[in-house]
Ligand binder design. Sequence first.
Ligand code: KG4
Ligand code: ZN
Length: 343
Amino acid sequence: MLILGIDTSCDDTSCAVVRDGRQLLSNIVSSQTDLHAKFGGVVPEIASRRHLEVLIPACSEALEQAGVALSDIDLIAVTNGPGLLGSLLVGVGFAKGLAHAAQVPLIDVHHIAGHIYANFLGETLPEFPALNLVVSGGHSELILMESHGRFTVLAETRDDAAGEVFDKVAREIGLGFPGGPYLDRLAEKGDADKIPFPLPRIRGSKYDYSFSGIKTRALLEFEAGDKTEEFKRDLAAGFRKGVVDQLLNPVEELIRETGARSLAISGGVAANMLLRRKSQELAAKLDIPLFVPPRELCTDNGAMIAAAGYYKYQMTGSSRPQKENLLMECSAGLELQSWGEDI
Ligand code: KG4
Ligand code: ZN
């Protein structure tokens, strides 16, 4: 089965062609970074207008690179939330039109389910139950997957997401946009013990995250510091270690408690070098296989949506009549639900 996956949830226009949920044939990501950089953040109106301009060329290119025609596509999968509403509307509207014109079934995919399924693109698949750490610009969650499409959120952030604090601290230090990758590279050259960031205490929950304290602390340290290159490197290193330590802190106990047989990390922040190294060490210590997508599949892409769409369609596709596709809605704050319960 050939699946065309489309994601326009934020500021990247992405289209990909995937065979049978695991074989990547093409993955086109048209980044809008340059358009938003001068504003220091994503401007929603600019993002949705740009999606309108580049979505058709991006899909044509994805088909061309995969060496297939639209008539070869068996299923179209599209992100219908969460994300920026205007951006989501462009992708969903386009996917509906394309599916209707080509008489191809359409399936909606939750963006977080998409990130999780980036780890299913490949030869070896995570074994269930799988513990997923999903870390992006908008989310920091630990999600247990008992089987395909069965999601249980075990921990989430009480305030900011990990990617969001990386971006805010990086902006303050004067790094590029989005800041996560810049701060990561700067931290590689710093000493993480010079300015330590201890784990926060979170009242009322054993596993939830909170990143606003560490962000404020980094901003205050920066304000008080001498702002030399060495100081910036050490601050970036200490801050990065603080975020990564917090992200991995509940993992060992949750793996024991849930009996998870694999650990999978996904989302834009999964590209972080320290998180990749430390999760490798943790998985080795726990003697559990670790899955982390290649960097280009950590950040937003259409391939992960196609992969998730494939498995979801196997479970729910036949229950949704073709004409109901035109009623598909998108939502900026869409909740993650297990498949079959989200219609
Ligand atoms: O998954 P994604 O592309 O979009 C959302 O769904 O939010 O994640 C983007 C986020 C941004 O905050 C970006 O700074 C962060 O992922 N990111 C990183 C790294 N690469 C991307 N954060 C830390 N270290 C990185 N190497
Ligand atoms: Zn994302």
